[in-house]
Design a binder for this molecule. Structure first.
Ligand code: CA
Length: 223
């Protein structure tokens, strides 16, 4: 997997690149917004780590431009502690996640893994619960010889449900991890997408169902 790191503090850019390379990622760096954007537009990268305060063109403008051009590569924004407003702006501009500087190595790697896994980029063990399996590469839910493609949000929600192996998932968990915004519509969407997933489980003739735990959340269980 190829990662682009756009960060104007050269020592930090190099440190991030070294951490990512040590984990087997292939990395290229850019030290200003304009060259970062050019590299991001090349289509050679699977994922980008993007600082906000950059010379030439700031990270939020780079991100906005990419999304307008319908380049959907996952973007992890780097923000300084003083830039809390920028986090919100960044998520609104289409960032997938953000990391506040200074951060530790493990935190960076966990965010990169989570971000790319959500989008099915890295091959992973396909999570299972009861008779269902989530195919991380194809984005399909499988039960026996039946399979069905899940939409991106359905997929993310099912991955969270399976990862909890029958334990409760709150609406807040879904909203925070799948929608990255907490407005009212996101909460309503959780119910809508749960009903989509229930229909798909029925279509697969699975013995697994999504149980509503009133006022608490949702969990997977065997019928
Ligand atoms: Ca900077």
């Amino acid at each position: 997997m190829k990662i682009l790191v756009v960060e104007d503090e050269i020592a930090l850019a190099d440190a991030i690149a070294a951490i990512l390379r040590s984990e087997g990622y292939s990395v290229d760096t850019a030290n200003d917004g304009i060259s970062g954007l050019e590299k991001a537009m090349s289509g050679k990268f699977d994922c980008m780590v993007l600082d906000i305060m950059l010379p030439g063109m700031n990270g939020l403008d780079v991100l906005t431009y990419l999304r307008v051009k319908e380049i959907e590569m996952p973007v992890l924004l780097l923000t300084a502690k003083s830039e809390t407003d920028d986090k919100i702006k960044g998520l609104d501009c289409g960032a997938d996640d953000y990391l506040t500087k200074p951060f530790v190595k493990g935190e960076l790697l966990a965010r990169i893994r989570a971000m790319t896994r959500r989008l099915g980029i890295t091959p992973d063990i396909n999570p299972k619960f009861g008779d269902i399996t989530l195919d991380m590469k194809k984005g399909e839910l499988i039960c026996g010889t039946n399979s069905i493609v899940l939409g991106r949000k359905e997929f993310q929600m099912m991955e969270i449900l399976i990862s909890k192996s029958g334990q409760n998932v709150t609406k807040d968990d879904f909203v925070n991890k799948v929608w990255s915004t907490d407005d009212e519509s996101a909460y309503n969407n959780v119910e809508v997408y749960i009903s989509f997933l229930r229909k798909k489980l029925l279509m697969l003739h699975s013995k697994i169902q999504i149980k509503t735990r009133r006022g608490i959340g949702y969990c997977l269980e065997v019928k």
